[in-house]
Ligand binder design. Structure first.
Ligand code: PLP
Length: 424
């Protein structure tokens, strides 16, 4: 689907918010339907055998498209109009070459790692990572002969290099994978610095890619590509989907980073379904207004939490001041603080559980980025599989609670949080 805009708008540079309702789709393709239908089909009919042969040659990389030639639809594991239109729309938020959509955020991350890493390489990654990614990186990749080395926020570049040399001596750096802000602590990592490290480790045969999990702030408040990253990956289950009614993931970036991941997706079958693609297109239309509202409310809630006597260590980007660790990165890298807050309550796990058990409007559930506010206990839930020593090193303490702020009325949320804190 290469056509991008109705003729009347061609030549005008529109912002992503203005493009999400129509980009990449023309009503005349579907009986005048204003919205793209759900192309609920497993396979597509070729007009001739010669056409089928041409489509396969392009899809399998045997040849490039000729001038004016479009890659045709073949089979919904390879491509589907709902996924292709969605992928074109996702590129607009980050001015990216291309995107691919997946069955989950984990499917996007796993397919990306498998497409680019090989036995004998080392993956350098930030910590903490979302619990599922942490397990994939620390337990599964090493079983496949891929070494992994973690670095923490505020480590100097020379300390990161020293750790890499000590823990994976002589190994080729294959990729830097960073989650910034980190789930659940909101630790920030410097994308431009990672790009410089990757540049220094480039050999004749390999340029290590920098891949950023942009789930917490993106694509509205942070654009890793603008800071030199090769691709952003997303759990679209979160803000992009935004309604707690689907599971999906994406990679958005350069052809060099994304094309091999797309090819790997074909063989692993980790793509999203047409219905999920369609639902995500619908969600993208309100992405910016949802994130703006959620962020405005989160700022109010963060102020309430910092002033509460039973609350300690509120980790929220909107509270960073000059001199705080992470402040300089925040100013350079992010355009808004987002709506994820984590904080500690009195009395360890017991206090955290009492707080969670007394929430009423805010729901006690994992996941984040949705219209409803959600709270959870990272230490025993999303990050339950992180080893105990790692949890403490990474700041995932027994008292830590994570809150994802939704679109409810801010005053109602403050009352609900206040009641639950009374129970601590
Ligand atoms: N990345 C981050 C930062 C996450 O928080 C999550 C899930 O919570 C994932 C990736 C995995 O996404 P999914 O649950 O869609 O597989």
């Amino acid at each position: 689907m290469k056509d991008h805009m109705s003729d009347a708008l061609e030549g005008r540079k529109l912002r992503p918010e203005s493009l999400m309702m129509s980009y990449g789709y023309r009503p005349e393709w579907s009986e005048g339907a204003l919205k793209s239908p759900i192309f609920q089909t497993s396979t597509f009919v070729f007009e001739t055998a010669e056409e089928g042969k041409r489509f396969f040659e392009i899809a399998t990389g045997q040849r490039e498209c000729d001038e004016g030639e479009q890659p045709g639809m073949i089979y919904s594991r390879l491509n589907n109009p709902d996924l292709e239109i969605l992928e074109d729309r996702l590129t607009r938020w980050e001015d990216a070459d291309c995107a691919r959509v997946f069955a989950s955020g984990m499917a996007a991350i796993a397919t990306t790692l498998l497409a680019h890493l090989r036995p004998g390489m080392v993956l350098l990654h930030s910590g903490p990572l979302y619990g599922g990614t942490d397990h994939l990186v620390k337990d599964l990749l090493p079983e496949m002969g891929i070494a992994t080395v973690e670095y923490l926020a505020h480590m100097s570049r020379s300390a990161i290099e020293a750790r890499l040399a000590e823990r994976a001596p002589g190994k080729q750096l294959g990729m830097i994978f960073m989650e910034t802000p980190a789930n659940p602590t909101n630790d920030l990592f410097d994308i431009a610095e990672a790009v410089a490290i990757a540049r220094d480790h480039t050999t004749e045969d390999l340029r290590p890619l920098v891949i950023v999990d942009n789930t917490f702030l993106g694509p509205v408040w942070q654009s890793p590509l603008a800071h030199g990253a090769d691709a952003s990956v997303y759990s679209c289950t979160k803000y992009i989907g935004g309604h707690s009614d689907l599971v999906a993931g994406a990679i958005v970036g350069s052809h060099e980073a994304v094309d091999p991941v797309g090819a790997m997706r074909t063989y692993l079958g980790t793509m999203a379904t047409p219905l999920t693609g369609w639902l995500l297109m619908r969600s993208l239309e309100t992405l910016a207004i949802r994130m703006e509202r959620q962020t405005a409310t989160a700022q109010r809630i963060a102020r309430f939490l910092t002033s509460h006597p039973k609350v300690h260590n509120v980790h929220y980007l909107g509270l960073l001041d000059a001199g705080d660790p992470g402040y300089d990165i925040y100013k350079r890298q992010c355009t808004g603080p987002g709506a994820m807050i984590s904080f500690e309550v009195d009395d360890g796990e017991a206090g955290a559980f009492r707080f969670l058990n007394h929430l009423e409007l805010v729901r006690l559930a994992v996941s984040l980025g949705s219209t409803e506010s959600l709270a959870e206990h990272p230490g025993t839930m999303t990050h339950s599989s992180v080893d105990p020593e790692g949890k403490l090193r990474l700041g995932i303490t027994p008292s830590l609670v994570r809150l994802s702020v939704g679109v409810e009325h801010p005053a109602d949320l403050v009352v609900d949080l206040g009641h639950a804190l009374d129970a601590v």
